[in-house]
Ligand binder design. Structure first.
Ligand SMILES: [Fe+2]
Length: 286
């Protein structure tokens, strides 16, 4: 089946993304299917599985075939811990669609959990309810962006370290400030500005909204450079913009992409609801 399946894949953009062959993800995958997924994940970074209908339990079971499920730092509106399979939505505290949903940090370019010492390896979103149009998720290929940097900038950035923190995320997204408990639970971490993908060996720019500052540089100078580099990664030629279809499950590699949702839909009138799981990653060598 492997050869047939590879032929059935459809590349979605020059920056990454592939539509996977038909598979029923509610059942355990065969070993060849798992290998196909692993290979496509490293080659295309963003995998799109169409026409799935997964319960939260089934999404967890599918995710666990590729790694260990991760817990989440952000608390639910009622203060309870966020479940491993949780809901991403544009709903407010009253459960209504809103321009000001309970969380909006996902509308800024970021790589998931870069404020962890071991940032998330992969993230999976399953479309449950979608607006009639828009509400795309965009992915920027940070490896292609790194390759496109002028050589002197590659060298200048080679040894720079960046502090990432949950607190910086809340500040940068103008969200309610991190609580003392959240800060204790997720203290700031330092990562290289240029990260090496542990499986492909390719270098990527490791930036996004969770960054606080560059070690040894002022906040102002740091913000300017970090924002400039995030914008550089987000150029059209490095971006795949995913138009959601009902039943889509999208799985991506956080080690070589940034992503964001875009508010190009009737946020205050239509519901956009997705179920999310995350796979734990490894230490980033310095
Ligand atoms: Fe995210």
């Amino acid at each position: 089946m492997n050869d047939i399946s590879v032929q059935a894949m459809r590349r979605l953009s020059a920056a990454g993304g592939v539509e996977m062959p038909a598979m029923d993800l509610s059942k355990p995958l065969s070993e060849p299917e798992k290998q196909l997924v692993r290979d496509a994940f490293l080659e295309h970074h963003i995998l799109v599985f169409r026409n799935q209908k997964l319960s939260k339990e089934a999404q967890a079971a599918f995710t666990e075939q590729f790694g260990e499920l991760e817990d989440h730092v952000v608390r639910q509106h009622d203060g309870s811990k966020t479940p491993q399979v949780h809901t991403v939505s544009n709903l407010d505290a009253d459960g209504k669609p809103s321009y000001k949903p309970l969380t909006h940090g996902n509308y800024f370019w970021h790589t998931d959990k870069s404020y962890h010492a071991k940032p998330s390896l992969a993230t999976l979103l399953h479309a449950i309810e979608l607006p009639t149009e828009g509400g795309n998720t965009q992915f920027a290929n940070t490896g292609l962006a790194y390759e496109a940097l002028p050589e002197e900038r590659k060298q200048a950035f080679a040894d720079l370290k960046v502090v990432h923190s949950w607190e910086a995320n809340r500040r940068n997204t103008k969200n309610k400030p991190a609580t003392e408990e959240e800060k204790r639970e997720r203290p700031p971490v330092t990562h290289p500005l240029i990260r090496t993908h542990p499986e492909t060996g390719k270098k990527v720019l490791y930036v996004g909204i969770h960054t606080s500052h560059i070690v040894g540089k002022s906040m102002e100078e740091s913000r300017e450079l970090l924002d400039e580099l995030a914008d550089f990664c987000a150029q059209d030629e490095f971006v795949y913009s995913h138009e959601w279809q009902p039943g889509d499950l999208v799985m991506w590699d956080n080690r070589t992409t940034m992503h964001r949702a875009i508010a190009n839909y009737s946020m205050n009138a239509e519901r956009r609801i997705l179920h999310r799981t995350v796979i734990k990653g490894d230490d980033i060598p310095h």
